[in-house]
Design a protein around this ligand. Sequence first.
Ligand SMILES: *Cc1c(COP(=O)(O)O)cnc(C)c1O
Length: 476
Amino acid sequence: MFYISTRGATDRKRFCEILLEGLAPDGGLYLPESYPQVTDATLERWREIYHRQGYAVLAYEILSLYIDDIPAADLRALCAKTYTAEVFGTGEIVPLRHLESDVWLEALSNGPTLAFKDMAMQLLGNLFEYELARRGDELNILGATSGDTGSAAEYAMRGKKGVRVFMTSPHGRMSAFQQAQMFSLQDANIYNIAVKGVFDDCQDMVKAVSNDLSFKRKYKIGTVNSINWARLLAQVVYYFAGYIQATENNSQKVSFAVPSGNFGNVCAGHVARMMGLPIAELVVATNENDVLDEFFRTGVYRVRGSADTFETSSPSMDISKASNFERFVFDLLGRDGVRVKALFSDALGRDGQFDLSREPAFTQAAARYGFVSGKSTHANRLDTIRDTWKRHEVMIDTHTADALKVALEHRTAGIPMVVLETALPVKFAETIVEALGRVPVRPVKFEGIENLPKRVTVMDADVSAIKALIADQCGY
Ligand SMILES: *Cc1c(COP(=O)(O)O)cnc(C)c1O
């Protein structure tokens, strides 16, 4: 399997070459040269595998179609080590819970940080450790977080050989729970850096360090952001597992509703559908930051400025642009890299938007690719959380509530609608209290974490200070 860039560069790369990379050198995102096709017989075999051997073996089956530069036995072992009941709470790893008639919740948030990003990040941690050992190399991950991504990365990389994580976050601005989750990690390779400033200051520092190419090279600086192909690939697996659990045979179709921000999660659904998984619709749900809903309704993709990017009660979907969206547009436009480059590099840079409404391809977004969309507001979120609690005694988090709200607008009789549960309510307790007047239960392993000793360095938003810290800790 070879990987190509969405912006038309002609070099082809293997999986392990792009594993530790971010963007392709031409600024595009990597995609496989073609999507392996899953026949009915294969899907039947995978159904058996999931039921009899479990999620990790299913993951191996799917990953092995895309990864041919890691020996099969090693890849199998990496999957087995990643997807365990111990790490993800249940043997099913992503159990399906029935809500009502054709509506189901797929639990993706029982990993170490209680959000779906663990599904991919835990695998990434093991892949990084494996590949770095093979190369005899090291990697220093530098990132900025306002919550979820940073903690998922830290829990995935803690204790991993050859990897250090330097994670900046805005000092005093994360919830007490989020701070405790990250800062209580005592692993020597995890560095929490609380920056006196806001999230943008953190991001600016990370950019400034990455733009210093000689520093970046000398200190082996990398990232784990959501455009990483390995993360997306790991997510493809739970669409298959969700489908298998929601159906009895392969003649049935299933729709998925996905709370979306950077389009990483639902893009994995698109890949599964392109492989032949019988998905009827992919329901893209946004919050007030409705870049994606606007596109699927109108054909106009319009990046928001910071004044038009809202802080909402489903904060992990608060985005100004959807970084993985370019992958879908590449497929939509018949994999024409030159056109994708013109849209994402030239038009977006110049006008902050592009318009595909007159493209025949755009009208096929729904018919050919299954995409539909909708949005949800704070009031909708509260209503959905309340309604779900009242009718089913099921407590859902704010992001899942956005997806459920939009899912209910797109139901088709007889087709199971699987809503992806992307976080547990305890992570967003304030809004749950607002909706229900009660505090969500906290998994036992997180009881009292606010009282644990914290390991964090507080610093000014000063690029030279963070460079000094990295240099000092690397010692080379
Ligand atoms: C990251 C995240 C999302 C959005 O996923 P994308 O892949 O960015 O679309 C939704 N819900 C939660 C809880 C998240 O952490």
